[in-house]
Ligand binder design. Sequence first.
Ligand code: NAP
Length: 307
Amino acid sequence: MTAIFEKVALLGVGLIGSSMAHAMRRAAVASHIAGYSRRAETLERARRLGFADSLHGDAASCVRDADLVVLATPVGSYATLAGQIAPSLKRGAILSDVGSVKSAVIRDVGPYVPEGVHFIPAHPIAGTEQSGPEAGFAELFDGRWCVLTPPPGTDAAALERLKSFWRALGSEVEVMDARHHDLVLAITSHLPHLIAYNIVGTADDLQTVTQGEVIKYSAGGFRDFTRIAASDPTMWRDVFLNNREAVLEVLGRFSEDLSALQRAIRWGDGDALFNLFTRTRAIRRSIVDAGQDTAAPNFGRGKQKDQ
Ligand code: NAP
């Protein structure tokens, strides 16, 4: 494939930034990959892994002459970074990101975007509970959606170029309004993470159940929550602080539905439980049919004798 961009600057070389670098190398979509990280130790780890052509401890020097600049740090750091890089952005460049929320990104970064720079926020819906440069791999985005949320009036050619870029990295691309994105992700990603953080915290707090028992009998369903609850604390703190409205809206609905379930259990309403569980099983099947997960039992793990 011929390069889509001469120079791509990745601000952040953790799970997402390093995976992008690996996927860019695989597809040969950039002639030069520049990486920025805040700490010298992370830069050294990235250097050893060798996925970038140049590495920088200074964001402004990383973005100089770049045709595509991608913010790939926790969302709460975007405004500071945007202020630092704004004077060094090349005219005609695309400024994008990978943040898990989108309205707050437009609010925080938008005011810094210089005239002549195309600002197109993006969110690859792909990830793992791992972080740091070692966690990245080229296949992360394969067959996963990347949602672009261009503000009104975005240059059509720049949008097409960014779409081609994400397709080259293996993604399928969807364009969406930022507010709608935040509502969809609040139910499909943010709420499940909140539930996982909460259930693991509750289990940890229970006085009558020992830590040893929680670990020993975790295969009964708890283990899948612990995987999600192991996700990066900084990233997820920033997600909840920056998608407050949508998360509170779906959390309200969730609490009502949970109360209905509580009542069904209290009054022995087996039909209500059975009907809900039948409906949810069909949803699982449609996710597998859509290729968004494997049908292998136990999430594709080895056969568990204790399940
Ligand atoms: P990560 O593996 O923890 O990497 C974070 C990177 O950001 C590191 O290079 C880190 O640098 C840098 N960083 C952290 N705090 C910073 C700050 N205050 N100022 C400047 N740089 C900072 O994180 P990640 O999972 O790749 O997530 C990055 C972004 O991708 C987030 O916005 C997240 O919402 C989004 N995202 C994540 C996932 C996921 O599943 N993880 C999926 C989709 C989108 P140092 O190590 O040098 O401090």
